[in-house]
Design a protein around this ligand. Sequence first.
Ligand code: TXA
Ligand code: MG
Length: 310
Amino acid sequence: MDKMTARRLQPDAAGIDAATGILAGGGLVAFPTETVYGLGADARNGQAVARVYQDKGRPSFNPLIVHVPNLKAAQGYGIFDETAQQLAGTFWPGALTLVVPLAQGHGLSPLVTAGLDTVALRVPAHPLAQALLHAFGGPLAAPSANPSGRISPTTADHVLSGLSERIEAVLDGGACAVGLESTIVGGSPLALLRPGGVATEEIEALTGPLAIAGDTISAPGQMASHYAPRAALRLNASQARPGEVLLGFGPMECTLNLSPAADLVEAAANLFDHLHRLDAMGRPIAVTQVPDTGLGRAINDRLTRAAAPR
Ligand code: TXA
Ligand code: MG
């Protein structure tokens, strides 16, 4: 992508207006929450979400947190049982993220959840995050606004020092009050998936003891079989063998193509949807080679896991 320099948007009506315009056009805007700055993208737009992974330089598709203005909006994307509703009622808006089953007709890009059937939802308390979410009127996927492996940003300057050449804008709301990412809970039995801004004891006062997430849920991105389609997957195929369906990349004949134009952002945006659709055909899946650079690394990481023996 062309080099750019992120705009610093002021925390006023004009700044919010500019931010919503960029987001609606599929661009990326970093914004303050009470925990850390988030790198925001329209969670319904696969290409925008793919750019989040690309610009952070994430080597794999770890699922992202979806930010919404309130519980009512959250219920459009996730299913809240009684405990989840109670937690939301107590800690939202605030530094708690709830992982819940995806709701019917959620409309989120499958890249946000990395193909899982659950979604991480959070209602931030920061007034500027609230103003942005209300003005935008849609869900924002937002990981911490730092390049992968670097320290989480708690000021707009931190964001700019890491991502200035990769994102459209940062909404400058000063320093974040909490300075530590949100606490994440989810699963059944309810487990602590990540300690963070809300103390575990405060949550347990409501729910009773939380399970400690084993490696089964704590790091879905690390698991080989979690993401796997039912069908067998054969990598680095040059063409389909009899009976196989072929997932292509670049100009070629195939059953479904990740990106006929060989664009890795487009390929990432299509990845989970195409895998689901091919899996539904009930035949073995052959996958053509995808370049192992930039977002291609995350795509290949996912494909390798999907092909791993179970
Ligand atoms: O405070 C925060 O939570 C910040 C601000 C910007 O809101 N966001 C943040 O996002 O820390 P991120 O993407 O850096 O962390 C997301 C975490 C990952 O560790 C991921 O594995 C987990 O949430 N996660 C997301 N969806 C999940 C799911 N469906 N199941 C289990 N874990 C999930
Ligand atoms: Mg982070």
